[in-house]
Design a protein around this ligand. Structure first.
Ligand SMILES: [Zn+2]
Length: 349
């Protein structure tokens, strides 16, 4: 993995490569854009590229005797000289440690880090708290162990609560030398304006359907399924994965008619937030299906009926952002759609 394997973010990568070339990297960078477009992957690749030594470690002699010469996939040392200096080589110790998440100078701050730190369930960390910022601050003022740059990747930085953001701001006001903070935020508007103004902005755009399709196929989805999913995913690989999970579950529900609708609604996750998100995915899938049917119809009564259904589904979709029972909303949407025999991406509703 290196920059060249990241799809659809040419603009962001061009800016990052320019920073590497200049040798003057701002102490704080803000990667913003919707979820699932490659912000975190790009942050890790940027960290790798910055600290890459382009030196292949020597294989231990004993291993050479046991397993023969180096595997073909590892280039000869001379070829590394020709690799671009603004991208990671993927072979040196620094690249390898960063990829595995064990580089002593590249730290990832996220809900998992906080969960381990607080001895709490990582899944239940809704916000990043001040104690977490204080914990990694201890490392901010220590010298780098292995590489030129110390890099802190703060994933879902928009979940830092106000106290944590204020603590973060204090560090950004007097950043230690050779230290970079990469703040990753899907909801930039939740960050303090003072944090935004101190950060170098790198915007990530939504992925095109073609890029999403390719990424899905790379991850093992069949081309047909990838094509159908990319239309509903709104440019987000995360949403595409969520849709796949829902589709797989829908496919396992075998009932018909109203019984199926009842089963679909009762199969929503127990955790209210997750159930609401899943109900939204199902409504989005329904909307795409109805739009397809509507666009294929000539003007007339059926087209008008489908247009009315689209309006209703959009209204139900809005209800899901309000304090309305997601189960009831989904049930109503499915019943309305069933009247016009609308299906979920090929699965009968
Ligand atoms: Zn490297």
């Amino acid at each position: 993995m290196s920059f060249k394997n990241i799809l659809g973010q040419e603009g962001a990568i061009k800016k990052l490569k320019a920073l590497i070339h200049s040798g003057r990297v701002p102490p704080a960078l803000l990667f913003s854009g919707i979820e699932g477009v490659g912000k975190f992957t790009t942050a890790k690749e940027f960290a790798k590229a910055l600290n890459c030594t382009h030196i292949i470690p020597e294989e231990p002699k004993a291993e050479e005797e046991l397993f023969g010469s180096c595997p073909e996939s590892i280039p000869e040392p001379s070829t590394l000289d020709h690799l671009p200096s603004d991208d990671a080589c993927d072979f040196c110790v620094s690249c390898s440690q960063t990829a595995k998440g064990v580089h002593p100078d590249v730290r990832i701050i996220d809900s998992e880090f906080q969960g381990l730190l607080m001895d709490e369930d990582s899944q239940k960390q809704k916000t990043l708290r001040i104690d977490t910022v204080r914990e990694f601050t201890r490392h901010v003022y220590q010298k780098a162990v292995l590489s030129a740059w110390k890099i802190f990747i703060i994933n879902d930085a928009h979940t830092l609560n106000t106290n944590a953001q204020n603590a973060m701001l204090k560090i950004l006001e007097e950043p230690p030398p050779s230290t970079i903070f990469i703040l990753i935020a899907a909801k930039k508007n939740l960050l303090l304006p003072t944090i935004i103004s101190r950060s170098y902005a790198i915007e990530f755009r939504g992925l095109s359907p073609a890029d999403l399709e390719e990424l899905l196929v790379r991850s093992g989805t069949t081309p047909d399924e990838a094509s159908a999913m990319s239309e509903v995913s709104g440019g987000s690989m995360k949403k595409a994965r969520d849709i796949k999970k829902v589709r797989d579950r829908l496919a396992s529900i075998t009932a018909d008619g109203p019984q199926k609708i009842f089963k679909l609604v009762s199969s929503l996750p127990r955790e209210p937030y997750m159930a609401r998100e899943e109900a939204k995915i199902m409504l989005d899938m329904l909307l795409v299906s109805v739009r397809k049917v509507w666009l294929a119809q000539p003007h007339g009564k059926p087209a008008a009926e489908h247009a009315a259904l689209i309006r209703k589904l959009l209204q139900y979709r809005r209800f899901l952002n309000q304090n309305v029972s997601h189960g009831l909303v989904l049930e109503a949407a499915l019943l309305e759609s069933a009247k016009l025999s609308v299906s979920f991406l090929g699965t009968r509703a």
